[in-house]
Design a binder for this molecule. Structure first.
Ligand code: UDP
Ligand code: MG
Length: 333
């Protein structure tokens, strides 16, 4: 199962319903070992009903990302008792980005909102987002007014990442917007048609464009358990984001190489001239050692960066699916 094919029949359906008021919104919620967070999330969403614009129907699609605790059991028992819930069960833990892609593929809403289950993406922001969508926005970003709920370290590393990414990339990502945003069906279809395997969803969301509005919300702390995304995983995501959507780190070596080549030429001319004029004094160990170490280091850095790209090209060429669905519940056939 892959997320690649753009289902044209679905797009046609969408165009036919374009004139009707937009109503169905699917919340896509990736979950990994979250048995204690699921019920509070569902209840928070249900409590929202009176605040929603007239005629809007919310449904929740959980993507169980290979949890080893009772997550699947909890969701299945809720799905059995509630209309608007469904579950896609991945065959193992594929990571949040892949789980989110699975959710976008299976979501049937006219708009889709990726959300974390831990209530850090405050459901209270949803009515405003849906209102803007109905008024014509195709993407509605939920911007964090503050990130008091995240640790100091997390805020700093995130800031560093955005700074680096936005300097290198041609399509900057907004600083304080996570995956929590409303995407119109049009946008989702475009995302699904993008076949790449190395994906940082936020980078793809920024790339597709569309008419974008914004709401502000306060990001609280996690409601149960601890973060499932440790720094090693975040580092991997950051590298995927940078090397998956840019080429500037490759090109910079053309300039660095040219500059060093030019300087080497001047230095060589000087050494040559000095040898002719002053003879060949033997000392020269220091400059030789410095040059060998310096250029060896630069070569390795350049090789490492090329390696980052080559490895990702291999991932793309292999063409393995981004995720594998093991089973599902509450989805139409
Ligand atoms: N998540 C997932 N797969 C993973 C790790 C996390 O589906 O491998 C889910 C997790 O259950 C949660 C969301 O992704 O719903 C965000 O995770 P978390 O809250 O741990 O990240 P943080 O808010 O600390 O960035
Ligand atoms: Mg969280």
């Amino acid at each position: 199962m892959s997320i690649v094919a753009l289902d044209t029949s679905k797009s046609r359906d969408h165009r036919a319903t374009d004139q009707l008021p937009r109503s169905r919104v699917t919340l896509v919620v990736p979950v990994y070992n979250e048995e204690r967070a699921i019920l509070p999330f569902v209840e928070a969403i249900e409590a929202l009903r009176p605040d929603l614009p007239e005629g809007v129907r919310l449904d929740i699609l959980f993507v169980n990302d290979g949890s080893s605790d009772g997550t699947e059991f909890v969701i299945r028992s809720l799905v059995a008792r509630r209309e608007a819930l469904s579950l896609v069960n991945l065959s193992r833990n594929f990571g949040k980005e892949a789980a989110l892609c699975a959710g976008l593929e299976y979501a049937r809403g006219e708009a889709v909102v990726p959300m974390d289950v831990d209530l850090q993406d405050d459901p209270a922001a949803l009515p405003g987002m849906i209102g803007l969508w109905r008024a014509g926005a195709e993407v509605v970003n939920a911007r964090r007014r503050n990130r008091a709920g995240d640790s100091w370290m997390k805020r700093q590393t995130a800031r560093g990442f955005y700074r680096v990414y936005n300097r290198i990339s041609d399509h900057p990502m907004p600083q304080d917007v996570g995956d929590f945003r409303l995407l119109d069906r049009k946008v989702v279809d475009v995302l699904l048609s993008m076949k790449e395997r190395v994906r940082l969803n936020k980078a793809l969301f920024a790339w597709v464009g569309f008419r974008t509005e914004e709401v502000l919300f306060d990001r609280p702390g996690r409601n149960a358990g601890r973060t499932r995304l440790n720094y090693a995983r975040l580092w991997g995501l950051a590298l995927d984001g940078i090397f998956g959507s840019t080429t500037k780190p490759l090109r910079c070596w053309t300039y660095i190489g040219s500059a060093i080549g030019l300087m080497s030429l001047l230095y060589a001319a000087w050494v040559f001239g000095a040898t002719l004029v002053y003879g060949n004094p033997v000392p020269g160990y220091a400059s030789t050692a410095i040059l060998i170490l310096g250029f060896g280091g630069l070569n390795l850095i350049a090789l490492g960066i090329i390696g980052e790209y080559v490895g990702r090209i291999l991932t793309e060429v292999r063409g393995r699916p981004l995720y594998v669905v093991g089973s599902s519940a509450g989805l139409p056939e």
